[in-house]
Design a protein around this ligand. Structure first.
Ligand SMILES: [Ca+2]
Ligand SMILES: [Ca+2]
Ligand SMILES: [Ca+2]
Length: 239
């Protein structure tokens, strides 16, 4: 009985440390800009590069700031290129100056800034329109809207949102504060690069994170493995 209890406790410990380890190992890129530099980031188009800077947001938190103008300050890509195309890129995003039609978010499955997918938010309050979210594809520099949906009146300037795009196979799923808001299939990767975007506005970015997304088959295999270990253990005990 004591032995059994011991085994259960050990199992719980091993399983929980496995879960913790995988959730840490999950992160393959993170930047909180607290070192006061945007090293590793390249703004495009380069003619607006001087408008991308790190800044203290007033609370000691250093953020990446795109001081945009209509039609300017579109992207900043990171040098780090994930080795897997199944990943989730997310960033904390705050609209500090909205412009009519401007959107602010993340970019991924990209190859440079002419090919890739962007997901952004728009706060329409100052312009007498509704808020919306937009998912678009850029191919050879030509932008196509995949989906643009009204997002009621849920978005505000000067508020942080976590904006995420998850790529798994040819499916793109978009998140706001971990709530799934859009999902489309049939859009294959154009590259593994990622970045942040602001389509003509002023934006703060922080805590940019990239994590690999395991394929459902991998999760299943781990599950089968755990069940298998439990089964083998039981068999050994019976002998
Ligand atoms: Ca920060
Ligand atoms: Ca830095
Ligand atoms: Ca709003």
């Amino acid at each position: 009985m004591v032995k059994k209890l011991f085994f259960i406790l050990i199992s719980i410990f091993l399983l929980s440390s496995f879960v913790v380890a995988t959730s840490f190992a999950n992160q393959i890129f993170f930047d909180d800009f607290q070192d006061g530099t945007a090293d590793g980031w390249t703004p495009y188009p380069t003619s607006y590069a001087s408008r991308w800077n790190t800044i203290d947001d007033g609370s000691g938190n250093i953020v990446y700031w795109a001081d945009g103008r209509p039609g300017q300050d579109r992207f900043a890509l990171n040098d780090f290129i994930p080795s897997t195309s199944n990943y989730r890129v997310s960033a904390d995003v705050k609209i500090v100056r909205g412009e009519s039609g401007s959107h602010h978010g993340v970019f991924g499955h990209a190859s440079g800034v002419n090919d890739g997918y962007g997901f952004g938010i728009y706060d329409g309050d100052a312009w007498g329109t509704d808020d919306f979210i937009i998912l678009f594809k850029l191919e050879a520099g030509v932008s196509t809207v995949i989906e643009s949906s009204f997002y009621d009146d849920k978005l505000n300037d000067h508020q942080w949102y976590n904006i995420g795009m998850e790529f798994l196979g040819d499916t793109i799923t978009c998140y706001i504060d971990d709530t799934r808001v859009l999902s489309v299939s049939g859009y294959s990767s154009l590259g593994n690069q990622f970045g942040v975007l602001t389509w003509g506005g002023g934006t703060y970015f922080d805590d940019v994170t990239v994590s690999p997304v395991p394929e459902p088959a991998t999760i299943l295999l781990v599950g089968v493995g755990l069940v298998g270990i439990a089964g083998a253990r039981r068999k050994l005990k019976k002998k």
